[in-house]
Design a protein around this ligand. Structure first.
Ligand code: AMP
Ligand code: MG
Length: 343
């Protein structure tokens, strides 16, 4: 299949929006920009189209998809119930990087929910994503547009790298502003529970809802055979081919530890100002306290590691506050939970 790359800079570009919408309406696959990461979209109500997403990504069959809408008016048709907590979260954070898990309506195909009785719904704030959904006039199932297990794509070039020849179209709408996937919270438990951290932080959810539990899988590793509440969390994920290790400890002890690896084969991801402690090539992720910058840069940095042929990536571990909880959650999986305390 020839993959068409289509640049759309403005939601006023109705001509090109119609072309992307047409691909989706006839059951095709289209990579789309969102504020979180690039999505691989298909008509969420078309089982055959949705199955193509799993094939293109090599996604495990038990990992359900998020359904994207362009207005809250589209929500009632997709779910059996909208609890008051969902209304409060939608009022506070939609459109934006928040996904809510709700009881699913019958129109949601099994291919989307992977047999669960629930469906994950999000309303993206990216103007091009919103315009594509609106123009297509259908809800879009869209996981991240990467090969399953690899770092998520934050530019159209990343999508092209993974999906060229496998999907119909990629809409290039520039780089993603948040840089990590949406926050996933389930409202099917009492109290609501955070399943995946993202751009809407735990602190922000608690400001609106009061009590919010944090699923054990957010920072922990599931035991063998343990059933995850969010199937996507069980996999080693977001990983480059290079071996990733998370480093906890002072800069000096990190730098000493780095010397035990071949310098030309080892990339360092650190905070601004730390570069000169290493003889290695480094990619700064922003100031240590700038969690938004860490989120924006992390996936590109992990992809760069492979592009440039590094065998090992050592990452200065962020803390777990604000959006850094999301960065830490992704890094733990990229590192298959290898955390080294260098003190
Ligand atoms: P992705 O779209 O690849 O960023 O992944 C979607 C995430 O949402 C995965 O972690 C899924 O497990 C999670 N998810 C989707 N639908 C549900 C659901 N019905 N219940 C719980 N988690 C879900
Ligand atoms: Mg993904």
């Amino acid at each position: 299949m020839k993959t068409e790359l289509l640049k759309i800079d403005s939601p006023q570009d109705t001509e090109n929006l119609r072309r992307a919408a047409e691909v989706l309406r006839r059951g095709g696959l289209c990579g789309i920009p969102t504020e979180t990461v690039y999505g691989l979209a298909a008509n969420a109500l078309d089982e055959t189209a949705v199955k193509k997403i799993f094939a293109a990504k090599g996604r495990p069959q038990d990992n359900p998809l998020i359904v994207h809408i362009s207005s809250t008016d589209e929500l009632p048709a997709l779910v059996r119930e909208i609890p008051p907590e969902a209304k409060a979260l939608a009022a506070a954070f939609w459109p934006g990087p928040l996904t809510m898990v709700l009881p699913k309506a019958d129109c949601i195909p099994d291919a989307v929910s992977c047999g669960l009785d629930t469906v994950a719904i999000r309303m993206p704030s990216h103007p091009i994503a919103n315009a594509i959904i609106r123009t297509a006039g259908i809800p879009l199932a869209a996981p991240s547009a990467n090969t399953s297990g690899k770092p998520s794509p934050t530019t159209a070039e990343h999508v092209l790298h993974d999906m060229d020849g496998k999907i119909d179209m990629i809409v290039d709408g520039g780089a993603c502003s948040v840089g990590v996937e949406s926050t996933v919270v389930t409202l099917c438990t009492a109290p609501p529970r955070l399943l995946r951290p993202g751009g809407v932080t735990l602190e922000m959810l608690r400001d609106v809802l009061g009590v919010v539990d944090v699923d054990k899988a957010v920072l922990g590793e599931l035991e063998r055979g343990e059933k995850p509440s969010s199937p996507g969390m069980k996999y080693k994920h977001y990983s480059p081919d290079a071996d990733v290790k998370l480093i906890r400890g002072s800069l000096a002890s990190f730098a000493r530890y780095a010397q035990t690896f071949p310098v030309s084969e080892t990339l360092i991801l650190c905070f601004d100002g730390e570069e000169s402690a290493f003889a290695n090539e480094t990619i700064p992720l922003g100031a240590a306290a700038d969690a938004a910058a860490h989120a924006q840069r992390i996936f590109r940095a992990l992809r760069d590691a492979d592009e440039r042929g590094f065998k090992t990536v050592l990452v200065h571990c962020p803390d777990d506050r604000g959006v850094d909880l999301a960065v830490l959650n992704r890094l733990l999986r990229a590192a298959a939970f290898q955390v080294v305390d260098t003190e």
